[in-house]
Design a protein around this ligand. Structure first.
Ligand code: ADP
Ligand code: MG
Length: 163
């Protein structure tokens, strides 16, 4: 199941993410795809806010993984710097995934060690794009996400009509 929407500025990307925070559950995996500067960290900041996380959410490019406590635990990873998926072994991903919602920037790079069930979110600049506009594609994969595809469409639609 695939949904497409667009945002006009960073705040809208955060609002979209916050509206999705209402339907994420502990154990969920969210894979964020998109070039450097697309807005993956920005999206995660909105999701964190929606989960009631008050501290500053910064890019885990160097720390690899940050964990925050909110309504749910949020694990925020950026695997851009990993040369090989086996380097994630130290992170014990299977255990981490059980602790809360796990968001992985550049997650497609470690597909081999990730469960198939996930919400994939691709953020990109539009073809003839203004600088602050982004096209956002959401793909629900696997049973638990497909069960929520109606909620996902509603949350995205409600968000879009508010803008
Ligand atoms: P990434 O994590 O994908 O490398 P960041 O979230 O760190 O990207 O940075 C995105 C940058 O793009 C920020 O400086 C943000 O202010 C800017 N930006 C401009 N328009 C948007 C938008 N519509 N959505 C998200 N970020 C945007
Ligand atoms: Mg980032």
């Amino acid at each position: 199941m695939e949904l497409r929407t667009a945002t006009n500025n960073p705040d809208q990307t955060k609002e979209l993410a916050a509206s999705l925070s209402r339907l994420v559950k502990s154990g969920d995996l969210v894979v964020l795809t998109g070039d450097m500067g697309a807005g993956k960290t920005c999206f995660t900041q909105g999701l964190a806010k929606g989960l009631g996380i008050e501290g500053r959410v910064t890019s885990p490019t160097f720390t690899l993984a940050n964990t925050y406590d909110g309504r749910l635990v949020l694990n925020h990873l950026d695997v851009y710097r990993l040369d090989d998926p086996s380097e994630t072994l130290d992170l014990d991903l299977p255990e981490m995934l059980e602790t809360g919602v796990t968001v992985i920037e550049w997650g497609e790079q470690i597909d081999a060690v990730l469960p198939a069930d996930r919400l994939e979110i691709e953020i990109r600049w539009p073809e003839n794009g203004e600088d602050d506009k982004r096209v956002i594609k959401l793909t629900a994969i696997g049973e638990t996400w497909l069960q929520r595809s109606g909620d996902l469409a509603r949350a995205t639609g409600e968000w879009a009509t508010k803008c």
